[in-house]
Design a protein around this ligand. Structure first.
Ligand SMILES: Nc1ncnc2c1ncn2[C@@H]1O[C@H](COP(=O)(O)OP(=O)(O)OP(=O)(O)O)[C@@H](O)[C@H]1O
Ligand SMILES: [Mg+2]
Length: 108
């Protein structure tokens, strides 16, 4: 889809890396979930948008979870912050007891 949207190789790599990090969080912390893949356009601009959603425990303190090095799972704590840096747009909604939804967009 990244290729079809016209993303150059470096941007394909960025969105795939971000997707891999968010997918792993969805499985590891969210207990599994779903991924919505969309192509988006704004005038002549094209891009891809990915939404990861789970109904796991949610994140109590989003600001803390976004910090480089913060982990509750013994990881590097770089997944969320890295995914944000690798995307043009990053949105996170999370509520304890309800789940987590993260949307990232990468434009051509
Ligand atoms: N979908 C989710 N549901 C609940 N908690 C989450 C979710 N995604 C992330 N978190 C919380 O945010 C923390 C930070 O996530 P992040 O991906 O940045 O680091 P990590 O997964 O711990 O390590 P890694 O660098 O290997 O990704 C996690 O340790 C976890 O506590
Ligand atoms: Mg992670």
């Amino acid at each position: 889809m990244a290729i079809e949207a016209g993303l150059k190789l470096v941007d394909q790599t960025k969105i795939v890396t971000a997707a891999s990090e968010l997918a792993r969080n969805t499985v590891t912390y969210g207990g599994g979930g779903m991924l919505l893949l969309e192509t988006v356009s704004s005038g002549a601009r094209k891009g891809i948008r990915l939404t990861f959603e789970d109904h796991g425990p949610g994140i109590a303190d989003i600001e803390l979870a976004m910090k480089d090095g913060y982990t509750t799972g013994g990881g590097l704590g770089l997944g969320l912050s890295g995914a944000k840096r690798l995307s043009n747009e990053f949105e996170i909604f999370s509520k304890p007891g309800e789940g987590t939804r993260i949307t990232i967009t990468r434009w051509r």
